[in-house]
Design a protein around this ligand. Structure first.
Ligand code: WTA
Length: 660
């Protein structure tokens, strides 16, 4: 939180476009304030009204919020519904049957379109296929798939039969996958033969096989394989099945399984500051309500919109704003298999032009890398493309620096599109703090104000409210429908991580620091206050990476810190002590490479440290505690000005100053 004090006040203000003001779902700040007031006045009534208006219930709920077992809050708990019914069947009934649900663009550029009727048929057939394997309500299914129509179908099919899915990002290693399969107790894994990204074929099924070889996946009865490339794979008779064969003979209707609103729709593993990744468990009713409502409020989605969220279904953004929200809102969405830089760095802009995308939602990292690319090569500059279809832009996953915001605003939005800088987390299920496109005056780098009903605040370590202008800890004071329900298999950790006793046990601790502007009350997120790094919008625990490093036979000790990075926001810097003498020169470079690859294998390529430094020891206090704040300073390449009188071994700092 050191940066809070040095944070520059951004004074540029951009009002929402007049036209958007006129037609937006929440039009003008008075309308926003009226909703906030309604929530203040009658919190439960506010959410009950929205849940009734926005979702189709098979059994209407009579209880809105149950706080009897706080912080294990329950929402709409005696109501029953089905998420897939709300996303698909409802659109068949309300005139969207022949509307395009998904425009899928493959890595190589092939485009496939599916209407809501077709998507519904595909989901029903596959749901029936899963049922034929004996998969039932409450069973866990791990999905390890590329960006594809089939990935969305797999998630929706699980929702349809009440199976709880756990999507694992396709970039995770066999070991990470195995840990998640075991922790979730999955009965099936859905994968693909290979994935295709940037023209390269990457194995998925082979990694699933490797995960099984690590042991412990005994609950898994079947591996269902989507045939993406027809690349060569190993096949285990009896266990492995082709997705298309499983679905082919099935009827294209499947009665949805009506589940309680609290039924776990999915588990999504995410990094925390300690230990192994946590299985964030989400509900069905409350989660879907917020995924859908934020489509309307934050993205102001209209029937004619073409919505494109560039996230991967392996992350929460891909859950809420690809697999569920856009479909529940009945819009047309783009699903993209590839990467922003293939065949060249104009890919996003070219796709926006070709598909007439009107709402575009991406991460600051992507924007920053595309700025660089456009500067280096005028042929991929966005001004070469027709971006006139755009009317709204979004940002997610990490702080967007004002320079990147301005570039996005000018070069992509042509100063006509509002930018919604959406702050939220895997745990929150959907947006929490964000401008509203037809109401909130925007300030670059600020996520502005909480959505109506979200009681965000800034407090000190004891839970006391802090005045505007004073940085502190970001909390949410009241439960909200799409919040995390528990950590799968670990309710005690849920309580400890998110509802600590120090804050009274009922206040949600986000894990981020924030500050509110003195005059406007606008929020600016100042970064994680725990040992979680955010690299290119991907969350990673420093402990996880350290554990991976020390698992290498050569490593005695390791400490990992984040370092500011122009493109990726933060990058990983690892300080390593080997069991043998400290290497130098070529040897150091070679060992560093080996350790990097090792981390790639242990966790996944996204966790590879960008930088490695070797020392005879790490800076420690006399009691043996690693002084991470010093490591952070060293990583940045800055001079140490802090008090190092408690440091046991000051000489070590000189060694650790230099990258190899
Ligand atoms: C960070 C991604 C600043 C934050 C949806 C949070 C942001 C973590 C923003 C959650 C934003 C996300 N501005 N920081 N607009 N959005 N973050 O779980 O540190 O992958 O705690 O969810 O990303 O990452 P997660």
């Amino acid at each position: 939180m050191a940066d809070i004090q040095t944070l520059k006040e951004e004074s540029r203000v951009f009002p929402p476009p007049a036209d958007m003001m006129k037609h937006a779902a929440i039009s003008g700040m008075e309308a926003y304030q009226a909703l906030c007031d309604e929530a203040e006045r009658d919190y439960e009534g506010f959410w009950a009204r929205l849940a009734r208006e926005n979702l189709s219930w098979q059994t209407p709920f009579t209880k809105t919020l149950d706080e009897s077992d706080a912080p294990f809050y329950k929402w709409f708990s005696d109501g029953k519904l089905n998420v897939s019914y709300n996303c698909l069947d409802r659109n068949l009934d309300n005139g969207n049957a022949d509307k395009t649900a998904i425009i899928f663009e493959a890595d190589g550029g092939e485009v496939t379109r599916l209407t809501y009727r077709e998507l519904h048929g595909r989901v029903c057939q596959f749901a029936n296929g899963l049922k034929s394997l004996g998969i039932r309500k409450g069973d866990r299914v791990v999905i390890y798939m590329p960006m594809s129509v089939e990935g969305v179908v797999a998630m929706q099919a699980c929702a349809r039969i009440g199976a709880t899915h756990s999507v694992v990002f396709g970039g995770f290693s066999a070991k990470s996958l195995q840990e998640r399969i075991v922790d979730a107790g999955a009965v099936a894994v859905i994968t693909a033969d290979e994935q295709v990204r940037g023209g390269k074929h990457l194995p998925l099924k082979a990694i699933v096989d490797d995960a099984f070889a690590l042991g412990g996946c005994d609950a898994v009865r079947n591996v269902v394989v989507y045939q993406r490339t027809s690349g060569k794979i190993n096949w285990q008779q009896g266990r492995d099945l082709w997705m298309h064969e499983l679905a082919a003979s099935q009827p294209s209707a499947c009665e949805p399984e009506w589940v309680d609103a609290e039924h776990p729709l999915f588990i999504l593993y995410t990094s925390g500051s300690t230990g192994t990744p946590k299985g964030v468990q989400h509900s069905s009713g409350g989660y879907l309500l917020w995924a859908m409502l934020t489509m309307k409020w934050t993205f102001d989605v209209k029937p004619s919109d073409v919505f494109w969220c560039t996230a991967d279904i392996g992350w929460v953004t891909g859950h809420s704003y690809i697999a569920y929200g856009p479909l529940a809102a009945g819009c047309t969405e783009v699903v993209f298999e590839g990467v922003p830089t293939y065949p060249d760095a104009g890919r996003f802009w070219d796709m926006i032009a070709r598909h007439k995308v009107s709402i575009f939602y991406t991460a600051p990292t992507a924007i920053r890398s595309l700025i660089k690319a456009a500067d280096a090569n005028p042929a991929v500059h966005p001004d070469r493309y027709d971006l006139s279809s755009l009317r709204l832009l979004g940002s997610v996953g990490e702080p967007i620096n004002p320079e990147a915001w301005m570039w996005y605003y000018k070069n992509i939005g042509h100063e006509k599109c509002p930018i919604v800088d959406t702050f939220w987390q895997t745990e929150t299920g959907g947006h929490m703090i964000t401008p509203l496109p037809g109401a909130t005056p925007m300030v670059p780098g600020s996520c502005t104000l909480p959505l109506p009903g979200i009681m965000a605040a800034i407090v000190d370590e004891t839970g006391q409210d802090l005045p505007n202008g004073q940085g502190g800890i970001l909390v949410v004071k009241r439960p909200w429908p799409s919040m995390i329900r528990t950590i799968w298999n670990d309710p005690a950790r849920f309580r400890k991580s998110y509802f600590p006793e120090e804050l009274g046990g009922k206040t949600y601790l986000a894990g981020d620091g924030a500050i509110r502007n003195k005059d406007t009350g606008y929020f600016t997120i100042t970064g994680r206050i725990d040992d979680v790094l955010n690299v290119s919008g991907h969350r990673m625990g420093t402990m996880e990476i350290e554990s991976a490093l020390v698992a290498h036979p050569m490593v005695a000790e390791a400490a990992v810190v984040g370092k500011p990075d122009e493109t990726t926001g933060e990058s990983i810097c690892a300080f390593v002590v080997l069991k043998r003498p400290r290497p130098e020169g070529d040897e150091a470079r070679q060992i560093a490479k080996e350790l990097r690859d090792w981390v790639g294998k242990e966790i996944g390529p996204i966790a590879k440290p960008k930088e490695l430094r070797f020392g005879d020891n790490l800076p420690k206090t006399r009691s043996g505690k690693i002084m991470r704040r010093l490591l952070r300073v060293l990583a940045k390449g800055e001079e140490i000005t802090q008090d190092i009188s408690t440091l046991e071994n000051p000489a070590i700092l000189e060694q650790l100053k230099h990258a190899i």
